[in-house]
Ligand binder design. Structure first.
Ligand code: PLP
Length: 427
């Protein structure tokens, strides 16, 4: 198999232009991808967190093969099937009581968020939604309509959408000041132009991931929750990227000390297969606005994959592993901060970490070019890493939950080298 990258470019849509480097992958095992030229690449991205169990995990392969062999129907629309029912039962048992009503199964984080956005408006009879500047909730029209990431500038927003600031301790004068300013903004909004009794829901990411892996200040979301409860505003936790153990707790919202009404899962839920879920109260998830009629949703193969992912996370204590290895990885990244002037901030939880690169630690000017060069150089050295952030200057770490401490150490050594090469102009 040669020339895969060129064949891909000639045959597939230009989506491939979004890639960070010219990579063709022909296989993978655990935390490593095998490139077309035979190189082993340590994967610190896991395709933006989708490959939660790493590559070629035997439990996932067995579940998918088994579901295909004994396939019972092709969709939960046409007939009840065991894997979809078991997955739904499992998810209901995992979410807070207030969300444990019904499960909607989809194919992506985008379709799940879009469905929830439609359903909360219809079920509450309210016309407005709150979401955060910098938030990424998906790439379909309805999920982009409730997102605030600048990459989607020019995309029509939901009619009643208000975007509020996400408190960023690094850039907004420290945690306390950032939280206060964001709360003041929200309170002023609800006291003025946005009547709270018109707001159906607030969409939140427990760590704002594509916006720059920003961890909200302690206590901030508890205040937001109190405001929402006072006004009957539903809370939607988008756990698509950082949920299911990645943050070092099963749900990332557990770190915030809040109880959402609706929880959205995707990416890592399928371990790389297309499956998502929205779990929420019956009155919302059973509302006709949540009926989306996508032919093969709740299909037994993807449902079996998701069930295997959840079982493996539990059986192999991957939440605990993500917490422990994440702490180790974060410690190593903090040491890079001492060594490389480019590193402005190291943040995150568990195996959802970010390293913000700046040209100057005082002005905090985003080191956009250096970030792209670092990612490219790391790839040349054998480390897969992507970047995020509203200024595209945050290295993102979302490796498989199965990553070991040794692999974390090996990857950071490559990143160390990449940062040195970029600083010395060797790239
Ligand atoms: N929500 C969050 C928090 C995400 O990070 C993403 C993707 O990056 C999505 C939703 C959309 O998920 P998908 O790309 O699977 O549609």
């Amino acid at each position: 198999m040669t020339g895969l990258y060129e064949r891909d470019k000639r045959s597939l849509s230009t989506l491939s232009n979004l890639r960070f480097f010219p990579q063709s992958i022909t296989g993978g095992k655990g935390s490593y991808l095998i490139a077309e030229d035979g190189r082993r690449l340590l994967d610190f991205s896991a395709s933006w967190g989708a490959a939660s169990l790493g590559h070629s995990h035997p439990a996932l392969a067995a579940a998918v093969a088994g579901a295909l062999k004994d396939q019972a129907g092709a969709s939960h629309l046409s007939t009840a099937n065991l894997p979809a029912v078991e997955l739904a039962e499992k998810l209901l048992a995992l979410v807070p009581d207030r969300a444990a009503g019904r499960v909607w199964l989809g194919h992506s984080g985008s379709d799940a968020n879009e469905t929830v956005a439609r359903a909360v408006l219809a079920a509450t009879g309210r016309s407005r939604i709150l979401s955060f500047k910098g938030a990424y909730h998906g790439g379909t029209s309805g999920s982009m309509a409730v997102s605030g990431h600048p990459v989607q500038q020019g995309v029509p927003k939901a009619a009643g959408l208000s975007l509020i600031p996400f408190p960023d301790g690094y850039r907004d004068g420290g945690e306390a000041a950032a939280a206060q300013a964001a709360l003041d903004h929200l309170r002023a909004l609800l006291d003025g132009p946005v009547p709270p009794n018109e707001v159906a829901a607030l969409f939140l990411e427990p760590i704002q991931s594509d916006g720059g892996m920003i961890v909200p200040p302690d206590g901030y979301f508890q205040e937001v929750e109190a405001l929402c409860r006072r006004h009957g505003i539903l809370i939607v936790a988008d756990e698509v990227k950082v949920g299911l153990g990645r943050s070092g707790r099963f749900h990332a919202f557990e770190h915030l000390g809040i109880q959402p009404d609706i929880v959205v899962f995707g990416k890592g839920l399928g371990g790389g297969l297309p499956v998502s879920a929205a779990v929420g109260p019956e009155a919302i998830m059973n509302h006709s606005a949540a009926f989306s009629f996508q032919t093969v949703h709740g299909n037994p193969v993807c449902a079996a994959a998701a069930k295997a992912v959840l079982e493996t996370i539990e059986r192999d204590s991957l939440v605990e592993q993500a917490a422990e290895v994440g702490l180790h990885l974060k410690g190593l990244l903090e040491r890079l901060q001492e060594k490389h002037a480019l590193v402005g901030d190291v943040r995150g939880r568990g195996l959802a970490l970010g390293v913000e690169l700046v040209t100057d630690r005082q002005t905090k000017e985003a080191a956009k070019t250096a970030t792209a060069l670092t990612v490219y150089r790391a790839f040349e050295l054998g480390l897969i890493l992507y970047y995020v952030g509203v200024s595209s200057n945050v290295l993102e770490f979302t490796p498989p939950l199965t990553l070991t401490k040794e692999e974390a150490t090996a990857g950071v050594a490559l990143l160390d080298q990449a940062l040195s090469d970029v600083a010395a102009g060797r790239v």
